[in-house]
Design a protein around this ligand. Structure first.
Ligand code: PEP
Ligand code: MG
Length: 753
């Protein structure tokens, strides 16, 4: 008999005829297993499908007929179960040697040595397994494996149509979804949510696998690739270029793959064998997945998983369903799951319906995370296991406080989370109630709380929480969402809109802090070995003064008739501050000369985020109107510890004697010089570290709007004189963290942290 690799088209034609016939599904299935067995010189061909939670033998050529509908295996059990659970093929010359082999006497399969099994997939999930077996020990060729995969894909149509198994009985081979699954991730934006899973990039179901129109399918493939490349280009250069870091790298890899001739050729070959373009892409995707399962190399695995993702995108383009879930409209209580996304994509969602976002990857300092925090949408990222496979529509709980996710939670967990959601809502309501209450300690010391921002919505946050102003406005966000250097006019308008929205409350603008991880498209920079220590912030501004001059001009214009508070980032020595300030003065003089409306008052300050500046305070303080500590950077440089590296996240605690001694010294110096001091890094926003900061003398903290409520509650429950004494004792210890002592203190003294 002729092996299939010599006559694939003939078999495809026969397959096409069988599938298109009027016969009922079981009859068609029987004909297909017969066709495969005869074409592949196999003594056995069997088809298993998942019904309920079990894989069930539905049709066989060669095994005992009484086994049909009687032989059942759990997903993961035996070799057939293994193929279903891993969604990758097996090709074994002696199946009985495999540790997973299980023997089912009713089938009479003990005489068959060699075996090849491929998954039957529907939307990327296992719905069954197709198997061939031979008595002789033989290795099936690559072509035979490919042919079997093609048949398996076509058989998936029987499941899609619901003809073979009712939809009620359908399940997938990727775990029992009726049982709860728990995942761990990292909290990017705090909050609790309950809802249903929506995939950011929805999976689509292939309904048509076979086609005789080879040319037509090739044209569709061309168009699909064209659209795919255009989409990637658009994401990379769109207005929302806040995609950066890892996300951009992934997109670069996608582009490489999308142009990869080898990948494309394989798809074209699959089309030639009689598949539609989308089925051909899926077929190569399955082969790729098999490779992915086998490779140990983590880098290669990651690239293969990129290719998997890209294949999904290409299939969506081919089926005319390329948009994200935002364009489809969300169900109520949607929890969107994505591999990654940009901030503009997040902003596309209907905020009333979007309850939480889960990113398979992402980093907490990425801009999408910053936007999620600003919007108050809980966000988890860096999920330990692959979540991109879960079913849409299943119930999900997102615990965006301790980083837990529950899929299909049982009633008791659901109830306890609903209690937690209720308790949190009450807590948030209590924060709202405190909005107009003074931020004073129990012993009457006033602490000023202001917010960090960079988006218009942060100003809403300031009003909502009753914060006294904006202590840090990160102007770079505006630059990062623009393809070209924003012109002075629109810049000035934007700053004015912020000043107006603040409605009389002070706003401190920080000049451009780009570089490091913050990329802007209009300024090309060399790759740097250590970008955080590189050409960034004021260093760029002083080397490219036009950028700074235009920004200052826009700020001066925006603040006409009111107070302009402006500060410079990453100042490392006094000369840099002098230079930056002299540029501001020149711009002011120019403005005056042109008889333009001037700000009523101008305060010029500096960020203190480089340790060297701490040792220049004597010469710096007489020059500045205020100082603002950027503790994120200050701590990263103080501890030589990358703030964006998740592996180092909790390695060194800023709540330890060395860093607190340094901060205390800054407080002392600023107090002596009567220079107002603010701290505007993340540590100010955590109640326990805010407690330490206040105890060592800070009286003004600039924190995220969402942190205002909890920090204010802590302050109002604190007796400052007592903790001042205690912290001095803690600072004399040689310990790497005083956090546990502060937490214990708070517990014992009823301080609400
Ligand atoms: C800081 O470094 O603490 C800071 C507030 O600035 P950014 O987080 O924008 O670098
Ligand atoms: Mg900084």
């Amino acid at each position: 008999m002729t092996p299939i690799n010599n006559a694939p088209r003939r078999m495809m034609r026969q397959l096409h005829e069988i599938m298109a016939s009027e016969d009922d599904a079981e009859v068609r299935l029987n004909k297909v297993v017969h066709l495969v067995a005869s074409n592949m010189v196999a003594e056995v061909c069997s088809a298993y499908f998942i019904r309920g939670d079990m894989l069930e033998l539905f049709a066989t050529e060669g095994l005992k007929s009484e086994a049909v509908h009687n032989t059942r295996l759990r997903v993961g059990e035996g070799l057939v179960g293994l193929v279903a659970s891993t969604r990758s093929s097996l090709n074994l010359s002696n199946a009985q040697d495999h540790p997973k082999f299980v023997y089912r006497p009713e089938t009479g399969e003990e005489i068959y040595k060699s075996m090849m099994a491929v998954p039957i997939l529907r939307s990327g999930k296992s719905v069954g397994v197709l198997v061939v077996q031979n008595q002789a020990s033989r290795h099936y060729s690559e072509e035979e494996e490919e042919a079997l995969q093609t048949v398996a894909m076509v058989l998936a149509e029987l499941v899609v149509s619901g003809d073979l198994i009712t939809s009620h009985d359908q399940n997938d081979g990727n775990g029992d979804r009726s049982s709860t699954t728990r995942f761990k991730g990292m909290v990017f934006a705090e909050g609790l949510a309950e809802g249903v899973v929506v995939m950011h990039e929805p999976r689509v179901e292939i309904t048509q696998h076979l086609s005789e129109d080879y040319e037509g399918q090739l044209k569709r493939l061309d168009k699909g690739f064209e659209n795919l490349l255009a989409q990637i280009d658009e994401i990379m250069s769109a207005e929302d270029i806040l995609h950066h870091g890892e996300h951009r790298e992934i997109l670069d890899v996608y582009k490489l793959f999308a142009r990869d001739k080898g990948w494309r050729q394989k798809i074209e070959d699959a089309i030639e064998s009689g598949l539609t373009a989308e089925a051909a892409v899926e077929k190569i995707q399955v082969e790729n997945r098999t490779k992915m399962m086998k490779t140990e190399d983590p880098y290669l695995r990651e690239r293969l998983s990129d290719l998997d993702d890209l294949a999904n995108r290409l299939i969506r383009h081919l089926m005319g369903k390329a948009g994200t879930a935002a364009s489809k409209g969300l169900p109520e209580n949607a929890v969107v799951v994505a591999r990654n996304m940009g901030p503009a994509e997040l902003l596309d969602y209907d905020r009333d319906k979007l309850k939480a976002v889960i990113l398979q990857e992402g980093t907490p300092t990425s801009h999408v995370a910053i936007v999620a925090r600003a919007l108050g949408i809980p966000m988890l990222g860096q999920i330990e296991e692959n979540l991109l496979d879960i079913d849409e529509g299943v119930q999900i709980i997102v615990h965006g406080l301790d980083g837990e996710i529950f899929i299909s939670p049982p009633p008791d967990i659901l109830e306890s989370y609903r209690d937690a959601i209720g308790a949190r809502a009450k807590l948030l309501a209590r924060y709202d109630d405190m909005r107009d209450m003074p931020t004073v300690t129990k012993d009457g010391v006033e602490i000023e709380l202001v917010v960090n921002g960079g988006l218009t919505m942060d100003i809403e946050g300031m009003h909502r929480t009753g914060a006294r102003g904006v202590g840090l406005f990160r102007t770079e966000f505006q630059f990062m969402i623009s393809k070209t250097l924003p012109r002075i006019g629109p810049q000035a308008e934007f700053y004015k809109s912020i000043i107006d929205a603040a409605n009389g409350k002070p706003v401190t603008f920080r000049t451009l802090d780009i570089g490091g991880d913050k990329e802007v498209s209009f300024l090309k920079r060399d790759d740097e070995e250590n970008p955080a220590l590189g050409w960034r912030a004021i260093r760029i501004a002083l080397d490219r003064p036009a950028l700074l001059r235009y920004q200052l001009r826009a700020l001066i214009t925006a603040a006409a008739g009111t107070t302009l508070n402006v500060m410079f980032p990453m100042i490392t020595n006094v000369d840099e501050f002098r230079l930056a300030k002299s540029i501001l003065e020149k711009e002011l003089a120019r403005h005056r000369l042109n008889k333009r409306a001037m700000p009523k008052e101008i305060n010029v300050g500096t960020m203190l985020e480089v340790p060297s500046l701490v040792w220049q305070l004597d010469s710096l303080l007489p020059l500045v109107d205020f100082v603002s500590i950027g503790s994120n950077d200050l701590m990263q440089f103080f501890y030589a510890c990358d703030r964006d590296n998740p592996k180092l996240s909790n390695r060194y605690d800023p709540l330890s004697p060395p860093s607190l001694h340094m901060l205390k010294y800054i407080v002392k110096k600023c107090n002596e010089a009567k220079v107002p001091l603010t701290l505007c890094g993340e540590i100010g926003g955590k109640s326990v570290s805010a407690l330490a900061l206040i105890a060592i003398g800070f009286r003004r903290l600039s924190i995220a709007p969402a942190a205002i409520g909890p920090v204010k509650m802590m302050i109002r429950s604190l007796n400052l004189a007592e903790i001042e004494q205690y912290i001095n004792e803690l600072l004399s210890r040689s310990t790497s963290s005083i956090r546990p002592d502060l937490e214990a203190y708070a517990r014992d003294h009823d301080v609400k942290i």
